[in-house]
Design a protein around this ligand. Structure first.
Ligand code: IPE
Ligand code: IPE
Ligand code: MG
Length: 243
């Protein structure tokens, strides 16, 4: 069996956790059953990433577009979020994981937002992996907010337009504390980005897997990392320049 090369780990892995609804449907159950089982795959992915030595794991849990789903499904997802945060605090403590969130957190139900802020605060001093949950997250909304914030600073003469560079743009994104994504994984066989981290994945390696999210296991994660390690990241250069 091929092993992971510890010297060449992706620093930042982002995952579009997709396929809960189809997983439930295959079993003749309601979509919500898929979300409930998806939680176990989240815990496994978090613990396994931390153990493998990944520094940053970012999980797409709820998009700005997901608000358009049936009310019952949205309510259940929010309830699951509150229950999971409460339950997983001990997982975060045990693994020295620091919780972070990106997205329009104020748009979440008050209970979910306060539970989230509470766990973020309780894990703030942790020095292991940073786990970022993307909640009510949309990349276009993130970019829109950044442009608005920069525009206000330009208007107030805090920033001059010709000094706006990538670093300034980065510093106005929800992800200002995070490095660029190295490896982006999407489960469920869909080959799209669905408004996730458009700016941050500029040079990410993309990995699509047919497995539905509740079935995503440690083995799948290890395979994704090994696949990543077999790629040559050229960042625009030629292969010869790299060696
Ligand atoms: C991903 O699974 C979870 C969320 C988007 C919240 P889906 O609910 O999108 O499952 P499918 O894609 O319908 O199977
Ligand atoms: C993307 O999945 C959002 C999350 C995984 C949270 P969706 O299931 O919402 O994406 P689309 O609608 O199929 O593109
Ligand atoms: Mg989906």
């Amino acid at each position: 069996m091929v092993n992971i090369d510890q010297e060449r780990l992706p620093k930042h892995i982002a995952i579009i956790m997709d396929g809960n609804g189809r997983w439930a449907k295959q079993r003749g159950k309601h979509r919500v059953f898929g979300h409930e089982n998806g939680v176990n795959a989240v815990r496994a992915a978090v613990e396994n990433s931390a153990r493998l030595g990944i520094d940053f794991l970012t999980l797409y849990a709820f998009s700005t577009e997901n608000w358009n789903r049936p009310k019952l499904e949205v309510q259940t997802l929010m309830k699951l979020l509150v229950a999971s945060l409460r339950k997983e605090l001990k997982t975060f403590i045990k693994n020295n994981i620091k919780l972070n969130a990106i997205g329009n957190i104020d748009a979440l139900p008050q209970k979910a937002a306060s539970e989230l802020r509470d766990v973020i605060q309780k894990t703030a001093s942790h020095t292991g992996m940073t786990l970022t949950l993307a909640l009510s997250y949309g990349s276009r909304e993130e970019l829109k907010s950044a442009i608005q914030a920069i525009s206000v600073k330009v208007k107030n003469n805090i920033i001059s337009p010709d000094t706006i560079d990538e670093a300034i743009i980065n510093s106005h994104l929800y992800t200002h504390d995070l490095p660029d994504v190295d490896l982006l994984i999407r489960t469920s066989g869909e080959h799209r980005i669905s408004n996730f981290l458009l700016w941050q994945i500029a040079y990410a390696e993309l990995y699509f897997i047919d497995v539905l999210w509740p079935d995503f296991s440690e083995q799948h994660l290890v395979e994704a990392i090994i696949n990543y390690q077999n790629r040559e990241r050229r960042f625009g250069k030629t292969s010869e320049q790299l060696s």
